[in-house]
Design a protein around this ligand. Structure first.
Ligand SMILES: [Zn+2]
Length: 124
């Protein structure tokens, strides 16, 4: 797989690895799951993307950012057409910290704070 630009440290060192995610909340029989774990080999930033496609073609996309010891930052989109669910298309997304739904603003602030910390670790 090609490398992607890391949003935290801006180096071209994000490597997606296909993974199989086990879980109780996988949607719908007859669906498919496609999951990738992205890790930056420079700063250690990482996230998991899970795309679950139901039999009718609608899909749910979940991004999970691990936060060390604190709750996971997670966002979920349910879309009719997976091609609409580009990462920054805001309207489809719900935002969570752990199991609690939080506002997009708070979520983005927490993610950018985490990225600042990772960046300062790797540039020092
Ligand atoms: Zn990085």
């Amino acid at each position: 797989m090609e490398k992607l630009i890391c949003k935290t440290c801006a180096s071209e060192s994000m490597i997606p690895v296909e993974v199989q995610v086990e879980g109780d909340d996988l949607i719908l029989d007859g669906g498919q799951q496609e999951s990738y774990f992205y890790t930056c080999h420079v700063c250690g930033d990482n996230w998991l993307s899970i795309k679950e496609t139901a039999g009718d073609g609608s899909c749910q996309i979940t991004f999970i950012h691990q936060m060390g010891m604190s709750p996971l930052l997670k966002r979920v989109a349910r879309v009719e057409d997976p091609y609409l669910a580009v990462e920054e298309a805001g309207s489809h997304w719900s935002y969570f910290m752990g199991d609690d739904e939080i506002s997009e603003e708070v979520w983005k602030e927490k993610l950018s704070r985490r990225r600042r910390i990772l960046k300062s670790i790797c540039t020092n």
